[in-house]
Design a protein around this ligand. Structure first.
Ligand SMILES: [Zn+2]
Length: 314
């Protein structure tokens, strides 16, 4: 866990996750120190560009009392947290970098945790956070519980099928998917492999079957549709109109060419900027995508906030 000072100093060097050094107008901005705490796009000589609004749709936070243990338990050697996993740390960091809001997506590893996680979600300051609820396949009357989420202000729920040891095709998932469709909830799912459990219940092929079975479902698949299963993503998911991807923990983990191919072929209107904070460096994630000359300014507006806002409002 790096103290803020060294972390901020690190921002002034031209680092990005791939080690590439693109030349172009956005790269000039990517190189600038972040003392202003803001990112700009569309710069013209002698004129300021427009302020880039940023929403991070993939943030993990834990109650203060549990945070040290939770972060330690989830840390894999060589892949430590970049900041504390508290709400305060997330908010401070977002504000330093001009990120306007973060979607917090919790994972319940036992059914009994769902209620307490949801209570915690409801304590979060809505000026900075969009809390998602938790869900677990063993929850009794999952349909009934999910029917309350929208009324509570929870736009959807997060699940991680490997920590929860269930396939998305398991019969226990049916009432959960039914509720998601009936109540318009956003299903935010871990997808693909994981740095922790390597069981991979949620493969791109399996998610394609779920999407086929539940027309109208609103689904976000983290990690560009399937972490370290990106060939399968391209085979089974890319181009579908009914699924969003987020960008969490992808930069530096896959060839940049494939990353861009997935985003552009899937459609820049269906990709959300997410970071997996605190497990990645928010500044590096922002820098990586703002510096991509292959994405137009309109693409970046969509990726960094437009798609998230539209998904939340629909
Ligand atoms: Zn995550």
């Amino acid at each position: 866990m790096r103290p803020y000072l060294s972390w901020i100093e690190g921002l002034t060097t031209n680092q990005n996750a791939t080690g590439s050094n693109p030349v172009g107008r956005t790269s000039l901005l990517a190189d600038r120190p972040l003392s202003s705490g803001r990112f700009f796009i569309s710069p013209c000589e002698g004129r300021k560009g427009s302020l880039l609004k940023i929403i991070d749709t993939h943030v993990h936070v834990f109650p203060d009392a549990l945070e040290p243990h939770a972060v330690e338990a989830l840390t894999v050697p060589g892949r430590g947290a970049h900041i504390r996993g508290t709400l305060a740390a997330a908010q401070t960091r977002m504000q330093q970098l001009g990120v306007s809001s973060g979607w917090t997506i919790p994972v319940a590893t036992r059914a009994s945790q769902v209620a307490t996680i949801n209570e915690y979600a409801l304590t979060q300051d809505r000026r900075y956070f969009v809390p998602f609820g938790a869900m677990h396949p063993d929850v009794e009357d999952a349909y009934g519980l999910l029917s309350t989420y929208k009324g509570l202000g929870l736009p959807g729920f997060k699940m991680h099928f490997d920590f929860q040891e269930v396939s998305p095709l398991d019969a226990r998932m049916q009432p959960i998917f039914d509720a998601a469709v009936d109540f318009g909830l956003i299903c935010y799912f871990h997808a693909g492999d994981d740095v922790g459990p390597h069981t991979c219940h949620g493969s791109p092929e399996v998610f394609a079957q779920v999407l086929d079975a539940y027309p109208g479902i609103r689904m976000v698949l983290a990690h560009l549709g399937g972490w370290r299963m990106w060939d399968d993503v391209e085979e089974h998911l890319v181009g579908r109109g009914d699924v969003y991807f987020d960008t969490a923990y992808c930069a530096g983990e896959m060839p940049v060419g494939q990353l861009l191919r997935i985003i552009l072929n899937h459609g820049t209107d269906k990709v959300l900027f997410g970071t997996d904070s605190p497990w990645t460096d928010l500044a590096k994630e922002i820098r990586f995508f703002t510096a991509r000359d292959e994405l137009s300014d309109a693409d970046k507006e969509a990726l960094f906030h437009g798609n998230a806002e539209r998904l939340l409002q629909s």
